[in-house]
Design a protein around this ligand. Structure first.
Ligand code: UD1
Ligand code: CA
Length: 446
């Protein structure tokens, strides 16, 4: 991108009533990231960090939106649209930012999360090439509800007609307005302030910017894109459709990066999932937010990971659960029905079956037996378990934290460890085996 400056305005004051959900629409997530965070992240890569969000006026919703905005882009500023009077009215809620000026003004919708940086960059380029208004168009399978783009014989965009204001001939146009647009900063305010509300909905339509720019002798252009990129989210069903599009993109990117997935359609990724080369992901794996998997690791079927790091060559699952703070170093094995939370397993450590490792560290090469459990919670507070290098923990051992097991120690099956264990040696909590030879098991009468 050239040295042109950019102001991005994200419209997020919509009500989202059709979601029938308690939280604001733009805080629903796809790929583990809120809709508004997707839009801010994408806009940030194209327009830089000078972004403003036009948000709702209500208290609790507004605070939640502000928190999400700050997390995605700390430099972003929030403006409030106190009354919903249309898209141009919403843009003008950010008038102080517009008045400060920028070469390009990029207007995006917070409920249209699949827009790509490439497309936003195309809109900006069109401004650099002389257009005052650049509009994103698409040809939906069903144009109902969208504004129609009216294009002149020379390919110039003449006007956008909202469906409610369109005549039959205009409604027959297949080329529709995706909603997003770019305006040249030096004329943006002049155009926006000329927009009125003389239309079917008595709203201030951003779409009128096109005809107004033409009237001022300025050029307007349309750039076309795929429907998938401009899918808006208004309902739970549309949220799921957007998720499906995002998942296809994330899987394709993983394949391109050298990740092996033989049944990609069964793997659920997050927008921030990081997968190294030669990683193998078996069918039916879920990646929540915040997961990194390094080169050559294998994630076997039916595993669920979030907030976790899996080191080089490690093996996870089948049926493993890695919760936030799980950190598996190189060549660690975590097998079926093992849960790891807030715990680091050093290189070569193994927990192959049925274990809970929480608030713990496990040293290099240590082995955790089947059914072993860190008892980290006493009902009030969490406590840590430290297992040093080369420790062997037998099956069904309970480690009552806080507790440390010294290097090279072995703990016999079934032990309940309440005190620190010194390095080396064998520790057991003896339960004497007793047989009562004359005892009879009760039997049902036939
Ligand atoms: C808009 C376009 C339409 C286009 C369609 C694509 C206008 C007038 N129409 O229509 O041509 O085909 O998008 O999806 O722009 N918003 C506010 N405050 C408001 C009104 C809207 O913040 O007062 C925000 C909404 O939260 C949303 C976006 O602006 O993010 C679009 O608003 P919406 O009412 O959905 O516009 P459409 O009627 O769908
Ligand atoms: Ca809409």
């Amino acid at each position: 991108m050239s040295a042109r400056t950019c102001l991005t305005i994200v419209l997020a004051a919509g009500e989202g009533t059709r979601m029938r959900a308690s939280r604001p629409k733009v805080l629903h997530a796809i790929g583990g990231r809120s809709l508004i965070a997707h839009v801010l992240t994408t806009a940030g890569t194209v327009g830089g960090a000078q972004a403003v969000v036009v948000g709702p006026a209500q208290g609790a919703d507004q605070q939640a939106v502000v928190a999400a905005v700050k997390a995605a882009m700390p430099s972003a500023v929030l403006f409030v649209q106190s009354e919903r009077r249309g898209t141009a009215h919403a843009v003008l809620a950010a008038k102080p930012a517009l008045a400060r000026g920028a070469d390009d003004v990029l207007i995006v919708f917070a409920d249209t999360p699949l827009i790509t940086p490439q497309t936003l960059a195309r809109l900006r380029r069109a401004l650099g090439q002389g257009a005052a208004v650049a509009v994103l168009g698409f040809r939906p399978a069903d144009p109902t509800g969208y504004g129609r783009l009216i294009v002149g014989p020379d390919g110039q965009l003449l006007a956008i007609r909202e469906e409610k204001d369109a005549n039959a001939q205009e409604r027959a146009i297949g080329l529709c307005n995706a909603g997003l647009m770019a305006l040249r900063g030096d004329v943006a305010l002049a155009i926006l302030e000329r927009i009125g509300d003389d239309n079917a909905k008595r709203e201030f339509y951003l779409t009128d910017a096109v005809a107004i720019a033409r009237g001022l002798g300025l050029a307007a252009v349309v750039l076309e894109t795929e429907e998938d990129e401009v899918r808006g989210v208004n309902t739970q069903a549309q949220l799921a459709e957007a998720e499906a599009v995002l998942q296809r993109r994330l899987r394709a990117a993983a394949h391109d990066a050298g990740v092996a997935m033989v049944a990609p359609e069964t793997v659920h990724l997050s927008a921030d999932t990081r997968l190294g080369r030669d990683v193998v992901i078996e069918p039916y794996v879920v990646f929540g937010p915040g997961v990194t998997v390094e080169e050559g690791a294998v994630i076997r079927s039916f595993s669920h990971l979030e907030g976790a790091m899996v080191g080089r060559g490690a093996r996870v699952g089948p049926f493993a659960r890695l919760r936030p703070g799980a950190r598996l170093e190189a060549d660690v094995h975590v097998g079926n029905f093992v849960e790891v939370k807030e715990a680091r397993l050093a290189a070569g450590a193994k927990a192959n079956h049925l274990a809970y490792i929480g608030d713990a560290s496990v040293g290099e090469g240590s082995n955790i037996g089947a059914g072993a459990i860190t008892c980290n919670y006493d009902g009030a507070a969490k406590h840590r378990t430290v297992i040093e290098d080369d420790v062997h923990i037998g099956s069904d051992v309970q480690l009552i934290a806080p507790v440390t097991v010294g290097k090279g120690a072995t703990i016999a099956a079934g032990a309940t460890i309440t005190e620190d264990v010194p390095p080396g040696g064998l520790t057991l909590t003896q339960k004497k085996q007793v047989t009562k030879p004359d005892w009879q098991r009760p039997r049902k009468k036939k």
